[in-house]
Write a protein that binds this ligand. Structure first.
Ligand SMILES: C[S@@+](CC[C@H](N)C(=O)[O-])C[C@H]1O[C@@H](n2cnc3c(N)ncnc32)[C@H](O)[C@@H]1O
Length: 279
């Protein structure tokens, strides 16, 4: 099939589920990242694509599969990451969390950083890439996610220590690094009752373990704050991505734990998305 016809056919499939701008973006990503075809050419100078390959991709799109799982590639901050359905697809708002850390802490001090719930490793790896004097470590409860994170660290040529650990289990906290200067986390924070409002490309494809916090959406903030209180150095920083609808409650929780300089910041879309605090 000619490439321009293939693109038109893929666009039709994507438009069944997405608005026309998003559908166009998906088709561009498929052609760029999967087929390495950077220009959809005119009919005269067109080359060809196997209809079998094209039909498989169409089915995957129509099955609500996120384009990043189809291409196995996500771009985050200044790097690219392998992704599969064991890890959350890195989000733009999380790039702002990383940017905050990059802009506000000096590379020359040998800081020790732990990223809790690392998933694809996007936060830890992006930080380590730009702060080469720091020691960045990362944990996750999912062995499969850690496999992806390890692959991404290798692919991005950074040396990060990964630990398989359940942060909700206080008895396992001794497995994690201590005397930390920064603890950063984008933990699961969606309450189960929000499921009914979520789109199928998230619900059917991204890992439940990465999304939902039960019995309450502040569960992880509560536990991670307790862990941080024990294992952060004095004046160390606790940095969270937060649920925009739980900003006030998260702020109060962290204040009540005894942290100082608690601050909530908005993302570029004007949503309360980040919390910073000092021990
Ligand atoms: C919202 S995702 C964040 C992933 C990645 N840091 C990012 O920002 O794209 C939350 C991560 O927490 C992990 N997780 C869930 N429960 C956990 C637990 N009890 N202990 C440690 N990590 C957990 C999930 O496997 C998932 O990778």
């Amino acid at each position: 099939m000619l490439i321009c016809d293939a693109a038109a056919s893929l666009l039709k499939s994507a438009e069944k589920l997405y608005d026309s701008k998003e559908a166009e973006r998906i088709v561009m990503i498929i052609f760029n990242d999967l087929f390495q075809i950077y220009q959809i050419k005119s009919k005269q100078e067109d080359s060809r694509l196997s209809p079998l390959v094209l039909n498989t991709i169409k089915q995957r799109i129509e099955n609500h599969e996120p384009v990043q799982y189809i291409t196995e590639l996500a771009y985050f901050y200044k790097s690219s990451f392998f992704v599969n359905p064991h890890v959350l697809i890195p989000r733009p708002e999380t790039e702002e969390l990383v940017d905050y850390i990059i802009q506000n802490f000096d590379n020359n001090s040998n800081l020790k950083v732990l990223d809790i719930g690392t998933g694809s490793g996007c936060i830890a790896i992006s930080i380590q890439l730009l702060k080469d004097k720091w020691k960045v470590m990362a944990s996750d409860v999912s062995k499969e996610a850690l496999e992806v994170a390890r692959y991404n660290a290798e692919h991005n040529q950074v040396d990060i220590e990964f630990v398989c650990n359940d942060i909700l289990d206080e008895n396992a906290w001794n497995e994690l690094p201590k005397k930390l200067d920064i603890i950063v986390s984008n933990p699961p924070y969606i309450p189960f009752e929000e499921k009914k409002h979520m789109s199928l490309n998230v619900l059917n494809w991204e890992p439940e373990l990465a999304l939902f916090a039960e019995p309450n959406s502040l569960l992880f903030y509560d536990k991670i704050a307790d862990f941080a209180w024990l294992y952060l150095n004095q004046n160390g920083s606790l940095i969270f991505e937060i649920n925009e609808f739980q900003a006030e409650a998260t702020y109060s929780l962290i204040k009540e734990k005894g942290f100082s300089s608690v601050e909530i910041l908005k993302d570029i879309f004007g949503k309360y998305r980040m919390l910073m605090a000092k021990k």
